[in-house]
Design a protein around this ligand. Structure first.
Ligand code: OGA
Ligand code: FE2
Length: 421
């Protein structure tokens, strides 16, 4: 089987920071992937019959409802929401008291970690670059900006250029005024930059501002949320352990896999908070490297391998904050998702599957196939591309339970999370 080049999302579990590496690789990955998927029966789409460390539940068809006994007098419904990726909705997965406990802990940790719980609203201020000179590449080219060729860059052309440079940037008119003023207070007084003025323009200042917006400005960040982790082993109440046992019953995976899972991640979004479309798992970008959860290492030397995600809504969101599966069940999907469409602040409603947050409801989906031969982690499911749309009104709290599992070649390495046998 071909080694796949996949879109690069590097994640450091240790630092709990996600670094955005680039979207462009997505396309080459996806077109190769499409050839492999066509007409093959090689992949397990969830027959539920496989033997081995990893199995997937059976989805049957979209809308199918099955009841699962999770023990301790808890039965839940599993509603199939899509087959590609295999995704289920599970109402009442967490109870109100469990949610109260977990969100309470997260709030406490946000406080302890410094700053108010609403830390996201403390917007950092742009500090002008001291560097002088020209930007790299097209940002320095007058023609890139002056799209109507009238010899001037106007405010709308500048807004458009920002978006063409990085599809997540959507500056408004004031942003553009601010940007030009910080480079040269006089040049944009008439709200136009002429070709002559451009010659002396320190366009490095533009590049710096664009980088700042993408990295720091809440509106344009790839992910705009605040996260913290709840460690199973720190919980003396047994409540998190109960949830973990529930995950084992729900997924029908061996305890060794379930107990090897990451800590629970709690994320909080405020209005304009979002998480553009992404994969929760890295795949064979660096096939010679083990999965991070097995070696407890940083993203430089390992890859993030998350077989499945169980994401639970911890509140009802007043408006917005849907989870978007951009290409779910898209049979005619031509494997060319324009980078633009990954922008869920803009393209939320274009997603094939949108789920509205509902308190206590979990979504379970598989980020990977099961490898048909080894029954260990198979390849990344390209259809698992997903993200969180802008919250418009109110807060949005979610919890993520990720079950990381290994590729066969690294199966001998123990998980850093799993201490027993
Ligand atoms: C995530 C994620 C989606 C959402 O946290 O990895 O994809 O709806 N969240 O918040
Ligand atoms: Fe995600």
């Amino acid at each position: 089987m071909k080694k796949l080049e996949i879109l690069g999302f590097a994640a450091s579990i240790a630092a709990s920071i996600f670094l955005f590496k680039g979207i462009k690789d997505w396309k080459s990955f996806a077109s190769e992937r499409s050839d492999e998927l066509k007409g093959t029966m090689e992949y397990d789409y969830g027959s539920g019959k496989e033997k081995g460390p990893l199995t997937r539940l059976q989805g049957f068809r979209v809308g199918h409802l099955q009841t699962v006994d999770l023990g301790k007098d808890k039965k839940v419904s599993l509603i199939t929401r899509s087959l590609m990726p295999l995704a289920f909705e599970i109402p009442d997965f967490l109870s109100d008291s469990e949610i109260e406990f977990m969100v309470g802990k997260a709030k406490q940790q946000f406080m302890d970690e410094g700053g108010a719980e609403s830390g996201l609203s403390e917007k950092s201020e742009y500090v002008k670059t001291a560097a002088q000179g020209k930007a790299n590449g097209h940002l320095a080219e007058f023609d890139f900006w002056d799209t109507d060729n009238d010899g001037f860059i106007d405010i709308y052309e500048a807004m458009d250029a920002a978006t063409r440079h990085n599809s997540f940037l959507r500056p408004d008119e004031n942003d553009i005024r601010d940007m030009f003023e910080s480079i040269d207070p006089s040049v944009f007084e008439d709200e136009l930059v002429s070709g002559e003025e451009w010659i002396d323009m320190q366009t490095i200042g533009i590049e710096d501002r664009f980088n700042y917006w993408f990295a720091e400005d809440r509106r344009f960040k790839f992910r705009n949320s605040k996260e913290t982790w709840l460690f199973w082993e720190n919980d003396k109440t047994g409540l998190l352990m109960d949830i973990r046992d529930r995950v084992a019953k729900l997924t029908k995976l061996p305890k060794k896999v379930v107990y090897g899972g990451e800590p629970i991640q709690i994320s909080l979004y405020h209005p304009s908070g979002h998480y553009h479309a992404h994969y929760d798992s890295e795949s064979h970008i660096k096939s010679d490297q083990p999965c991070c959860h097995q070696v407890g290492n940083s993203s430089d030397n390992c890859i993030v391998c998350r077989f499945l995600t169980i994401m639970t809504y911890m509140n009802n969101v007043e408006e917005g904050g849907e989870t978007a599966f951009v290409i779910a069940d898209n049979m005619t999907y031509d494997h060319q998702v324009p980078a633009e469409q990954l922008n869920l602040s803009k393209h939320c409603q274009d997603a094939n599957l949108l789920v509205r947050p509902s308190k206590g409801t979990a979504l379970l989906w598989y980020n990977h196939y099961v490898d048909a031969e080894s029954k260990f982690l198979g390849e990344l499911d390209p259809f698992s591309l997903h993200g969180g749309c802008d919250v418009i009104k109110g807060e949005k709290w979610i919890s993520n339970i990720w079950l990381p599992t290994s590729y066969e070649e690294h199966k001998e390495k123990p998980s850093i999370y799993y201490k027993g046998n």
